[in-house]
Each structure stands twice: as C-alpha cells, then as structure tokens.
Design a protein around this ligand. Structure first.
Ligand code: HEM
Length: 703
C-alpha cells in the first residue's frame, strides 16, 4: 500500500486556473443569477419554505469549515467537496443536490468561476438574500482535479498513517474535526451523549483548531442556525453515500425522500420561527426557555423548549436545538456571548460578518491573492504586510558582494563555524534563510520569509530557530550601507543564504578543479548572482528582491511551528507536500550544507559534513556510502553516527531519505550526477524562497 503519494509540484492546480477569465467575470451578474436561484424551487428537490438559502449557507460552511490551522489543509479552495473523501462525509449528506442546483450557473460562467468560488459566493448571496450581513468576497479559488489534497482530512489510509484518530469522536490536532466525516463535533453531544456541559469544551477545542475564538465561534453557530432546519423525518436514514452508490446517492428512505421527508442529519426542525430571515432569535430562544432533551422523529437526541414557569411566555411550537446549541448555555464565557448577541443585533452582525469572511477566506492566503470587485480591506487573519518604506530599490549586486565578504569576517555577534582553521558563516546564513522561508505552506499560502517574522515571537522561540537571532545580528550591519533604500531584513536574510550557497557551490567545484563556464539567463525580477560565483556546472542561484518587514506583534500567530511526526519517512514526505515541494525538490534541499556548530546547538553531536563551505552532491555520497549507527546525542536526541569514528552525524529525517524507496532512488541519482543535483537544488531553492511572493499585481512577482 502506498501510504502517502509522491508530492505533487507547486503548480498542481494552476493548470485549471484561467486568470484572464476570472478577471473578466461579471460578478454582479453571477450574484443576480444566484439570487434568483435561491427562490426558484425545483420539484426534484423542493426548497424548504421556498428558499434554498439555508442549504447554500450550510454547503459553503462545510466546504470552508474543513480548514485547520495545524497544517493549513482543508478549506474550499480546490472545491474538493465535490470529490471523495469529503463528498461522502456524513456531514455533507445531500450537498450533491446543492451542486446540481448550481450547475447551470457554473456552466454559464465557465472557467471564470471556479467551483470553489461558486460554492462560497452562493453562501454569501444566500446570507444577504435572507437579510444577513456580508463583509465581501475574496475570489480566486482554484479548482483541484481530484480529492487528493483532502485525503489527509480522512477517513483515508493517508490520514490513518499521518494523523490517526484512535478514538472516533475524540480526534485530536492535527486533525481539525473531532469526528471523522463531520465538520467539527457530534451535534448530539460527545460520543452521541446529550450532555451539553461536556459538549462545550469540545466545541471550543475544535473551533480553536480552526483559529476561531469564543466570540467568533458563538456568532457563527448562532448566526448560521438563524437559518434553515435540520432534516430527519423518520429514523431510517439517508441511504448510501456517493462513495457507496454513486449512481443514486442518498435516495432518502423516509417516504419520497424529499421536502418534508428529507433525511440529512437525522435531527428534525428549525431553530427559529423565521428560518429564511436573518436575526438574533436563535440567541433569544436559547435564553427564553428551558430546553429539554427528547428523541426526535429521526431517532436522535434533540432539545425542545419549555416555558420557564407558568408566568413566562409559551415557547413557539416546532423549534428545536441540538446538544451543541444548548452547550452554549453551559459554559460561562459562551453564555455571556449568547446574552450579548441576544440583546444586541448590531454586535452579532459585526462579529458574524467578520467571522464568516474569515471562515470562508482563511485558506486563500495573503489578501493579494484575492480577486474581484468585492474584496474588502485586508483583515488581520490575512497577516497583511505593510508597503515598502519610501526610497529607491537597493543595489542588490553590491549587497551580494558585501555578504560574500562577510562570509569569512569574524563578527562579535555570533560564533562561526571553522573551516580550514578560519571562521565561516555561510552555512549559518543558509540555515537562517532556510528557517525563514521553510515556514511557507502551499496548503493555505501562509508563512514564508516575506515579513521576516522569524525575528519575533513565537517563531524566534521555536527550538529549531535557536541562535538565528545571533546569525541575523551578523548580517544587520550590512544594512547601513544601503540606508535610505527599500532594503528589508527579509531580503537581507534570503540574499545572504543565497549568496552563501552560490559561493559554496563555486568552492566545491573549484576544489574539484573543474573549469568555469557561465550560463546566464533568468526570469522576471530575478537577480543572477555575479562575481566569483561563475561555476563549472553553469548552475546559478537566483534571487528576487522586494520583500518587506512586518512590524513586531502583527499577526505572528499565522505562522505555525513545524510538525513532528513519529514516522520520519512520512514526516519528510508530508512536510514537502505542505511546503509545495516535489519529492525531488525536497530531497535536493536536504543536501544544503549544515553548520556543525548549529547542529550542536540544536542538541546533535555534529553535522554530516566537516566542510559546510561546499555545496555539492557530497551529502548523498555520505548518506549512501557510510554505515550509520543509531545512537543518542548527549542531549538525548536520536541521531546516526557514521561508523569508523569519522565524526559525521545524520538525523533521523536524513536517514528517512535512505529508508524510503522513492527518495532513495532520487538520492542515488543525485549521488552519481552532481549537475542534476545542482540544477534541482537551484530551482528548488529559488522556488521555496519566492513561494510566498504574492505581492505582485499579477500573481507571484518572481515567477
Ligand atoms: C444545519 C450542526 C455550526 C449553518 C445543521 C444541521 C446540523 C448542524 C446537525 C442539520 C443538517 C440537516 O439535517 O439538514 C452543526 C454543528 C455546528 C454547526 C454541530 C457546530 C458546533 C454551523 C455554522 C454554520 C451553520 C458555524 C454557519 C455559519 C447551518 C445551516 C443549517 C445547518 C444554515 C441549515 C441547513 C438547511 O436548512 O438545509 N447544522 N452546525 N452551522 N447549519 Fe449547522
């Protein structure tokens, strides 16, 4: 069995993306068509109360709500709710019908309107057509061709291998939901037990894993359940899912299975007396009555209202609550928010529209990726970067020369490595650039070096970033010569790592006495590094300037610490996938020179190389030729020592490259072909350094 498929390259989904068509899309016309669709009830799937709005709100929420902060996976970008595993989740029962309703609109607008955008926009139009508040619309979702990127959401062998859930109903992070197949939690209560006070902590935990705080959570649940109803006309269930019966999924087993006979979740009834109109009645209902548990017509525990006492008002007939709704009364912080929203519609509207926009947009990355006329101003969750400071662009070539000189110049700021008896900072500069840029996640376009958030907490305090502040202090003085320009620390970090590697490449080739022969060229915005770096292989690293620095404290939490998995093979493979690297790129980048002094600071006994001033395929020769003995460093970290007392050490993630058949094949190729290695390394390095450069008017400025 193949547990985790080979990582696809960064451009996986762009094939489907037609930026010109998106730019030409008449969004106002799409919205008008969607609004008309809302009340155009079809006999084959009649709209409750003649309005499809609640169905489209639920669809958008379930498409976006699969997002989790742990690895940035999930969300509606990709439109993968159309594919297994997501389409067959219990929570997505009958959402195939919502897509059939949308198909004429999808067909009409074609490539300019992705399924991902259409699903979210339909949710937005549904809310506003029922009188609810909407902040705006960030367009530009790119449809995936299949459900591959959702396999780690489960249930799937990939999810079992990467992030198992030993107790269904109590799944932990990195999974977002606590029950596989549901978006968040079991509506009936923990493990189906209708105990609201035990449900509240679960709600907080899972909404937290999606980056939502209490105020957002309560506004979303109650704002969402202002609309629509639960469907559970009888206890016999919805019938087989699309995975089980693709030709006629979810036929419904109560009567004719539609309209009043619909079975979706198995609960039955609306939350309010005005289910197609926006308002805060949900919160008032929660507070105004006592809620009593019973078994509804669908066979599940649900709650019905009772008058508080003989004098108080009688409850409206037919309304209901889920255990997860009643849970909001059983937590003091949630209860306060329920009271606020019940008393203050304006407060609810403000919080709901911002939380909804965050919910449906969070997986889209920086605001510069949002397309269309309705994009609101940058929101905090988008970690907006400031404009560059005023001034001319720096002379990057001159700065590169300054950095080249700093490689071997002693600095009081940080202890260098020693190569040939002399100080050497190159491997530390490369490590700093790697640590800064490798926080990038292709899954939600977050992280990366732009903004240089590695300078601030929490990133600077991650164990793997130990000493990086000192290494940066070696570089900072170089900025003085470029004062008055737009030079950012982020650019300085990336350029320093890139110059160091280019020099290391040249030195390794000079050592092997290969004749120089240069090969020029390059892409938009890319600087070919010049000077003494002309190499025999003709391989040149590229640099694309223009990064800016984020101010301290601004949205730092958007960047997530690297995940550590017990299975190192899976960790290497999955990290590559999250970063958007192909397996070849990830294997090549593993061969970056690693500073022996830094490895010791991290708790290992040393590095795989004594000459971190060389960039070549030596890493693969060492990995494949040495005999590695498993041991523990004096700090108690698992590591591998080369037999024969050579003083070379590798980490478990290095050895994983040898243990995995496909990565081994790549390593073997690189070990025998230095040029192939260098070419792959160079393109992977510049690809990763620039992966977060969504700051141009037309996509990535560096591509
Ligand atoms: C319906 C559970 C949060 C919007 C439902 C249904 C359940 C449910 C069981 C009934 C589905 C059916 O039988 O048709 C939950 C749980 C939540 C949650 C457990 C979190 C603790 C939300 C949020 C939103 C939302 C955050 C949107 C902001 C809706 C809407 C419906 C619905 C609009 C009505 C669908 C229709 O009328 O067809 N929810 N929900 N829910 N939910 Fe939620």
């Amino acid at each position: 069995m193949r547990l985790v498929d080979v990582a696809k390259p960064r451009t996986r989904a762009l094939l489907q993306f037609d930026r010109e068509a998106v730019a030409k899309l008449d969004l106002a016309a799409v919205k008008a068509d969607l609004k008309a669709l809302m009340t155009d009830s079809q006999d084959w799937w009649p709209a409750d109360w003649g309005h499809y709005g609640p169905l489209f709100v639920r669809q958008a929420w379930h498409c976006a709500g699969s997002y989790r902060t742990s690895d940035g996976r999930g969300g509606c970008d990709g439109g993968r709710q159309r594919f297994d595993p997501e389409r067959s989740w219990d929570d997505n029962t009958n959402l195939n019908r919502a897509k059939t309703l949308l198909w004429p609109i999808k067909q009409k607008y074609g490539a300019g309107l992705s399924w991902g955008d259409l699903i979210i926009l339909a949710g937005d139009v549904a809310i506003s057509s029922m009188g609810g508040p909407v902040l705006g619309f960030c367009g530009g979702r790119i449809d995936d061709l299949d459900g591959y990127e959702s396999l780690p959401l489960g249930p799937s062998p990939e999810q079992e291998a990467l992030m198992p859930c030993p107790v269904q109903g109590d799944c932990k992070s990195p999974l977002g939901q606590n029950t596989l197949g549901l978006i968040y939690v079991n509506p009936e209560g923990p493990m189906g037990k209708p105990v609201p006070e035990e449900s509240a902590p679960q709600i907080r935990a899972v909404f937290g894993r999606m980056g939502m705080d209490d105020a957002e959570t309560v506004a979303l649940i109650g704002g969402g359940h202002a609309f629509g109803k639960a469907h559970g006309a009888c206890p016999s269930g919805p019938g087989p899912s699309p995975a089980e019966q693709p030709e006629a999924p979810w036929p419904g087993t109560c009567g004719d299975g539609k309209g009043n006979n619909t079975f979706t979740s198995g609960f039955e009834g609306p939350w309010t007396t005005t289910p197609t109109a926006w308002g805060n009645q949900y919160f008032q209902n929660l507070l105004d009555y006592n809620w009593e548990v019973h078994v509804g017509p669908g066979g599940h525990h649900q709650w019905r209202p009772k008058a508080k006492d003989a004098q108080s008002k009688a409850p409206p007939p037919g309304v209901m609550m889920l255990t997860t709704d009643v849970a909001l009364l059983h937590d003091p912080d949630y209860l306060e928010l329920v009271k606020t929203y019940a008393a203050n519609l304006t407060a609810l509207e403000f919080k709901f529209k911002h939380a909804w926009y965050k919910l449906v947009t969070r997986d889209m990355g920086p605001v510069t990726r949002c397309l269309g006329p309705d994009v609101p101003p940058p929101q905090p969750f988008q970690a907006p970067l400031p404009p560059p400071p005023p001034g001319p662009a720096p002379d990057y070539a001159a700065l590169a020369r300054d950095i080249a000189r700093a490689l071997r110049r002693p600095s009081p700021a940080a202890e260098p490595d020693t190569v040939g008896g002399k100080p050497y900072y190159g491997a530390l500069f490369a490590t700093l650039a790697w640590q800064c840029a490798s926080s990038y996640r292709e899954t939600d376009y977050a992280g990366g070096c732009n903004g240089a958030r590695i300078r601030f907490a929490p990133q600077k305090d991650w164990p793997e970033n130990a000493y990086m502040d000192s290494v940066l202090a070696v570089l900072e003085p170089l900025k003085a010569a470029h004062a008055g320009t737009t030079l950012s620390t982020a650019d300085l970090i990336v350029l320093a790592g890139t110059v160091a590697l280019q020099q290391a490449l040249a030195e390794a080739e000079a050592e092997q006495q290969q004749a120089p022969g240069c090969n020029r060229g390059g892409g938009k915005g890319l600087l070919q590094l010049q000077g003494s770096t002309c190499t025999a292989s003709g391989v040149r690293l590229r640099f694309c300037g223009g990064r800016v620095d984020a101010p301290e404290g601004e949205h730092a939490a958007q960047v997530q610490p690297p995940r550590v998995l017990a299975n190192k093979i899976l960790q290497v493979r999955d990290n590559a996938r999250v970063m958007g690297l192909s397996m070849r790129e990830a294997v090549a980048l593993a061969a970056r020179p690693r500073s022996p002094s830094q490895q010791r600071r991290l708790g290992y006994s040393g590095s795989w190389t004594h000459t971190p001033s060389h960039l070549s395929n030596q890493y693969f020769k060492v990995l494949l030729d040495e005999t590695w003995l498993r041991t523990n460093s004096s700090e108690g970290l698992e590591e591998f020592a080369a037999a024969g007392g050579t003083g070379l050490f590798m980490t478990p993630t290095d050895l994983a490259i040898k243990w995995d058949a496909e990565m081994l094949a790549i390593a073997q190729e690189f070990a025998t072909d230095n040029k192939a290695f260098l070419q792959t390394f160079a393109s992977a390095w510049s690809g990763l350094m620039n992966a977060d450069r969504f700051d141009g008017p037309d996509g990535n400025v560096c591509e």
